[in-house]
Design a binder for this molecule. Structure first.
Ligand SMILES: [Zn+2]
Ligand SMILES: [Zn+2]
Length: 398
């Protein structure tokens, strides 16, 4: 609720604790006549308050900027580590509530940065539909006039990863607090879009789903089949493990230069077919014809794709699945001849394992997302991916 003019007088700041990297002081920052809220005055002086209306503590913008950059380059450097570092710099004992205060100011800092970014994108006409997907990797998607045509117009890799699981708070018998904030970036394919493909495999008569085996299995004894070969631990054991987590991981798509294109949460399940299907649906819509996609079980998944509702469109657009080079070497010889990048014209030096490179960095986020709220988990992951992409962009010219 907005304060009345008489309330506004009461919201003046007196004796507020100002926390900076190397300074901690108490002060009563002077407001300008145009300032209506305490945080307007604080930000004018270079601080963000840890509460919206009655802040008693404020963190300096440069401290928040330094934390953001350190966390982006070193994902395991968490808010807790930052707060502990500040405590030792300022000679005060560490208390867990300091993390909550820092986190509240950091949320606002990122919100401001996001809104500035949004306005910048609008001014540069970068806010058209799918702009990021169409422009994030110039090497893949910036076509020159009279450029020789390649075997594949676009080549991506997709894969799931379980490191970014999130503990379900209902396991403790508590109800999660309401948080209406949503992920800000367009990396995410939401659960509704993913669930469009939910029934696709089951509808074809396979009831024995597990995370690798949603492909209907018709094995002839002695025939070379990768599907049965890659069916790992029994589904029941796996379900038990996942029951304590709400999000059980992420599923992503990346271009051959490892720019992150899309991501979705795997929710209370293993690596079901609906995740790759939802991502491929979006990729086909945005990038169109002559695409290719590497996936650990591309050989088996190709049949799932053909039998799904996406099948006719994928065929029409000349879409091609393959198995990444690393995983492909563990598939049998007959499979490799058809699906391994070594034997596929147009793959060049792309090994189709870009997702593994991305996960080797994003795994570092596990400790700060495992018990986070859904919003903070998304915030951490998208901050990480945005930086990862900026980093990749910077080295394209090197
Ligand atoms: Zn295979
Ligand atoms: Zn690329």
């Amino acid at each position: 609720m907005a304060p009345s003019s008489s309330d506004t007088q009461c919201l003046s700041l007196s004796n507020i604790e100002l926390v900076d990297l190397f300074q901690r002081s108490r002060s009563s920052p002077q407001s300008l006549l145009s300032h209506k809220y305490p945080n307007e005055t604080l930000i004018y002086h270079g601080y963000i308050g840890c509460a919206p209306m009655y802040p008693t503590v404020a963190i300096s913008l440069r401290t928040l900027a330094a934390y953001r950059q350190i966390h982006r380059t070193c994902p395991r450097f968490s808010i807790q580590a930052q707060c502990k570092a500040l405590c030792f710099l300022h000679d005060i004992p560490y208390r867990p509530y300091l993390c909550m205060q820092f986190s509240a100011a950091y949320d606002i800092y990122l919100e401001i940065a996001h809104i500035v970014d949004k306005r910048l994108r609008a001014a540069l006409n970068h806010d058209t539909p799918n702009w990021r997907l169409l422009n994030s990797c110039p090497a893949c998607f910036y076509k020159l006039q009279d450029e020789p045509t390649l075997e594949f117009d676009w080549l991506v890799s997709i894969d799931g990863n379980n490191s970014l699981k999130r503990w379900d708070s209902a396991i403790y018998g508590t109800t999660a607090r309401m948080d209406s904030r949503k992920a800000r970036s367009d990396y995410w394919i939401g659960p509704t879009a993913v669930d469009q493909f939910k029934g696709e495999v089951k509808a074809q008569g396979d009831s024995s789903l597990d995370d690798w085996g949603d492909e209907p299995i018709k094995t002839n004894p002695g025939s070379l089949t990768c599907v049965s070969r890659w069916r790992n631990a029994g589904p029941e054991t796996r379900k038990k493990m996942f029951s304590v987590f709400h999000e059980s991981g992420i599923f992503i798509a990346a271009c051959r230069h490892r720019f992150v294109l899309l991501a979705c949460d795997m929710i209370q399940s293993g690596e079901l077919a609906k995740y790759p299907l939802a991502l491929i649906d979006k990729l086909l819509t945005v990038y169109g014809k002559n695409g290719a996609c590497a996936y650990d079980i591309g050989c088996a998944f190709s049949k799932t794709l053909t039998n799904s509702s996406l099948g006719p469109r994928a065929l029409d657009l000349n879409f091609r699945m393959m198995v990444g080079a690393f995983h492909g070497h563990a598939h049998n010889r007959k499979c490799q001849l058809v699906w391994h990048p070594t034997y596929i014209l147009g793959t060049g030096h792309s090994e189709g394992e870009g997702c593994e490179h991305i996960f080797s960095a994003s795994n570092e986020l596990a400790r700060s997302t495992r018990h986070a709220s859904p919003f903070h988990r998304h915030q951490t992951i998208e901050e990480h991916f945005a930086f990862w992409d900026a980093d990749k962009y910077a080295v394209l010219c090197a």
